[in-house]
Design a protein around this ligand. Structure first.
Ligand code: PEP
Ligand code: MN
Length: 334
């Protein structure tokens, strides 16, 4: 059960609501986000929730029996909007395109990609500076200095930044230079990181773990939300299956299922989803038709020379063509 409290609630009203929750043998957790105050209540008894709904100070009450609650559409039917400022919003109405290299490499690379994004009206650039790599000898990113450079070029050009945060200690040093924190597949269930991102007033995009179920992804999002941050997006990036003809199995089903289960924006990552450059655009288009609210893909001036993930990275020509087709599909996706 979720109870949304009135903004101007008194201490004695809260006490009465808590008494009523205890009386039906439920346990309540207080959740305070940027936008509202809630009591998330867990219990087994079946009782008439109208008895809570009539109490003073209660704005809304719903029964939500899933393991995830605040991110559920049983709680909030209308789709959420994530606002990055300066007119850049991610919502259910328009398709958001985010693109950029797997890794930030140097100033010239960033400038060239920024110019490509601007030419194609893309307002959000991706690019990792802290890179989770399978091998410790692979390029692991430019770190915080790279982020500062990436951020200053993007800010000069009106481009928003999404980049991966790998651990709690990085959040504060990255904070002023990012517009969206990305939680990578490998950290999808790093609960300490999720808790900490719940305390930040910046949007977070959380990727599905390689072996994560849809329910687990939603519960990971619930960690962030229940710690106070409602500015959330989910990302399908493929899962690991027995199939080894491609890097991951992009789960197009997940997009529709997530759109049904949660009010949060759903973003598709076809680059990691299939991992093969020649197929990335088609999977991006397929995920758009399947109802994704946005697509995030890897692009580089010379993919063959990219410091990481070149095998799944589009060049500027391919990217331009993809954007043209994605925009043609905008109407179909709703
Ligand atoms: C990435 O976006 O570059 C990345 C490492 O993705 P994932 O966490 O999905 O593997
Ligand atoms: Mn990558």
């Amino acid at each position: 059960m979720i109870i949304q409290l009135e903004n101007k609630i008194t201490a004695s009203q809260v006490e009465k609501i808590n008494d009523a929750i205890k009386a039906v043998n439920y346990k309540a957790a207080e959740v305070k986000t940027q936008f509202a105050n809630y009591l998330v209540c867990i219990g087994k008894n079946d009782f008439d929730i109208r008895s809570i709904g009539v109490l003073e100070g209660v704005k809304d009450v719903h029964r939500v029996s899933e393991s995830y609650k605040l991110v559920s559409r049983k709680w909030k039917v209308n789709y959420s909007v994530v606002d990055l400022g300066d007119g850049v919003i991610i919502d259910n109405n328009d398709l958001t395109i985010m693109a950029g290299p797997c890794s930030i490499e140097n100033e010239t690379q960033v400038q060239k990609i920024v110019a490509h994004l601007k030419q194609n009206n893309i307002r959000i650039m991706r690019g990792g500076v802290f890179k989770p790599r399978s091998s410790p000898y692979a390029f692991r990113g430019l770190g915080i200095e790279g982020l500062k450079m990436f951020s200053s070029i993007c800010r000069e050009n009106g481009i928003k930044i999404i980049t991966e945060v790998m651990q709690v200690s990085q959040i504060s040093e990255m904070h002023d230079y990012v517009d969206v924190f990305q939680v990578g597949a490998r950290n999808s269930q790093n609960f300490n990181l999720l808790d900490a991102l719940g305390e930040v007033d910046k949007p977070v995009l959380i990727k599905r773990g390689m072996s994560g179920t849809i329910d687990e992804l939603l519960q990971s999002a619930e960690y962030i939300f229940s710690n106070g941050n409602e500015k959330l997006m989910l990302c399908e990036r493929g899962i690991r299956t027995f199939e080894n003809a491609y890097r991951n199995t992009f789960d197009v089903n997940a997009i529709q299922v997530l759109k049904d289960k949660t009010h949060l924006p759903v973003i598709a990552d076809p680059s990691h989803g299939i991992g093969i450059r020649d197929y990335v655009s088609k999977i991006a288009l397929a995920s758009t038709v399947a109802g994704a609210d946005g697509v995030i893909y890897e692009v580089h001036e010379v993919p063959e020379e990219a410091a990481s993930d070149g095998q799944q990275t589009l060049n500027f020509e391919e990217s331009k063509e993809l954007v043209r087709k994605l925009r043609m599909l905008e109407e179909v996706r709703i």
